[in-house]
Design a protein around this ligand. Structure first.
Ligand code: NAD
Length: 491
């Protein structure tokens, strides 16, 4: 990890537990380089140069990891719920105790300002704390039998081996929300983290290793983009995997879902969004401005629930745009991502910059070279894109916001509902009957009314249409990783 050592000397943070940093995969309870010796590069978002190299494992090693998970799952499912809860609590406490290092790894890998990294680590921890309670609430039911003198009861059982694939944009939280739920429900997991941010997953597993879970309960299989295709294929076709849980783009989600369908494997799909954000004429304008900033410019626009298309009533759009620009200008502080006062950071990669640029359509570049090659200034454009433009049809995943005027509620609902995506939507109004009417009319899995934040550990997170299948967080997020067994007893 010589590249990493160079990087560590350059950053103004000293790791408290340097052993959390590793370049190896974690298979069957052992840290292992690729059998072939192959590695892949991870880039430093500060200068887009290779920062360090990580084990690039092969399909055969994924098979081994799945085998280890299968063995572990048989042991692990024998534990009582109380035992599972105790193990989870120990892991959670270790994660909390290493919060500084985990946040620093997020900043190192993603170029996220350190304050945002703390937010994502704390958000991840909140899910583990929630699942801690849910473990003991995995209740079954008794059902009155219609026939004879039977008694019917149901129980929830672990599924066995869960394969998980996560994206780069919020690595600690996306992993804990998914893997934490599967493990709480009594399963073993094989996780493939995004090749851009493998070290967050590795550090999480280093802490997991310190708890007395059966060896192989959590495995980390690392690979670059090409290896990911093989890893994903093995996960879809290996008969030991009973559930594939994916967070990422809709295109990759569709591909994995199609392959899993060949074996009728259960899937959970947390996919892309294209969230509408509506400001009605009766809205509190400053509240709506603050809500749009929270949901659009958080993480520099790199979240799946970011507002992507903003619709503002034509009678207030000029005032809204002016207040939005003034608030943005006064709110964000740029600078080193290690400075705790900095609250807006660069995009993760040149790929992200290119996409944001292409969604700006006409207004030229908004890069600030002095803040690094990927720094993109929050950009607000009025006039609205046409419905054929990329910023209308795709998620921008960057800090570019077009404002589109509208006239009537009926018109804006039609514009907001798209054929394909249905993850999150937001609207601002002070009219209580409109609150219900519009909430019910919006075709998304999550609706934010007078708030720009729709995600918390206690509420179900997920989309409809091509934005996903299943829910994460809440009681549903844990139940998703169980099978319902129905037992009939004749008296
Ligand atoms: P991506 O789909 O390119 O990659 C996601 C993961 O899939 C990565 O680990 C990647 O290596 C892996 N992958 C890619 N091709 C694969 C294949 N053929 N087989 C197996 N794995 C494969 O997405 P990304 O660019 O990393 O993340 C951004 C996307 O994720 C956005 O679309 C965003 O909206 C979505 N996202 C959704 C949620 C949600 O909860 N709904 C949360 C975060 C991000």
């Amino acid at each position: 990890m010589s590249g990493l050592n160079v990087l560590l000397k350059r950053i103004p943070y000293k790791f408290k537990t340097p052993s959390l940093l590793d370049s190896r995969a974690f298979i069957g309870g052992r840290w292992t380089p690729a059998a072939s010796g192959a590695t892949f590069p991870v880039y430093d978002p500060e200068d887009n140069q290779v920062a360090y190299k990580i084990a690039n494992i092969s399909r055969a090693e994924v098979k081994t990891a799945i085998g280890a998970a299968q063995t572990a799952s048989k042991q692990y499912k024998q534990l009582t719920h109380r035992n599972r809860k105790n193990l989870l609590r120990k892991w959670t406490n270790l994660i909390k105790g290493n919060r500084d290092d985990l946040a620093a790894i997020c900043t190192l890998e993603l170029g996220k300002p350190i304050t945002e990294s703390y937010t994502t680590v704390d958000y991840g921890i909140s899910f583990l704390e929630w699942f801690d309670g849910e473990i003991e609430r995995l209740y079954g039911e008794t059902i009155p039998a219609a026939r004879g003198s039977n008694r019917i009861m149901t129980s929830r059982e672990p599924q066995g081996v869960v394969a998980a694939v996560t994206p780069w944009n919020s690595p600690v939280a996306m992993i804990l929300r998914k893997v934490g739920a599967a493990i709480s429900a009594g399963n073993a997991v094989v996780l493939k983290p995004a090749p851009e941010t493998p070290m967050c997953a590795i550090a999480i597993a280093k802490l997991f290793e310190q708890v007395d879970y059966p060896e192989g309960t959590l495995n980390i299989v690392t690979g670059d983009a090409a290896a990911s295709v093989d890893i994903g294929d093995e996960m879809c076709h290996n008969p030991a995997v009973r559930h594939l849980s994916f967070t990422g783009s809709t295109s990759v989600g569709k591909l994995l879902n199609t392959e899993c369908a060949k074996h009728l494997k259960k899937t959970s799909m947390e996919l892309g969004g294209n969230a509408p954000f509506i400001v009605f004429e009766d809205a509190n304008i400053q509240k709506a401005v603050d809500g749009l900033i929270a949901c659009k410019f958080r993480s520099s626009g790199q979240t799946c629930v970011c507002a992507n298309r903003a619709f503002v009533h034509h009678s207030i759009i000029d005032e809204f745009a002016e207040r939005l620009q003034t608030t943005v200008d006064g709110l964000f502080k740029y600078g080193s991502v290690w400075d705790p006062d900095v609250n807006f950071g660069p995009l993760y990669s040149p790929r992200g910059v290119e996409k944001a640029m292409s969604h700006q359509e006409d207004a030229g570049g908004f890069i600030k070279e002095d803040l690094g090659p990927n720094f993109y200034v929050p950009t607000i454009l009025t006039g609205g894109p046409s419905q054929e433009m990329r910023s209308w049809t795709q998620e921008t995943f960057g800090p570019v916001m077009h404002l589109t005027p509208f006239e009537t509620e009926e018109e804006v609902i039609k514009l907001a509902n798209t054929k394909e995506s249905g993850l999150a939507s937001y609207f601002y109004t002070e009219d209580i009957s409109r609150v219900w009417r519009v909430s019910e009319a919006l075709e998304t899995g999550m609706v934010g009314v007078r708030t720009g934040l729709v995600s918390a550990c206690e509420q179900p997170f997920g989309g409809i249409k091509e934005s996903g299948i299943g829910r994460e967080g809440s009681k549903f997020g844990v139940e998703d990783y169980t099978n319902i067994k129905s037992i009939t007893v004749g008296l």
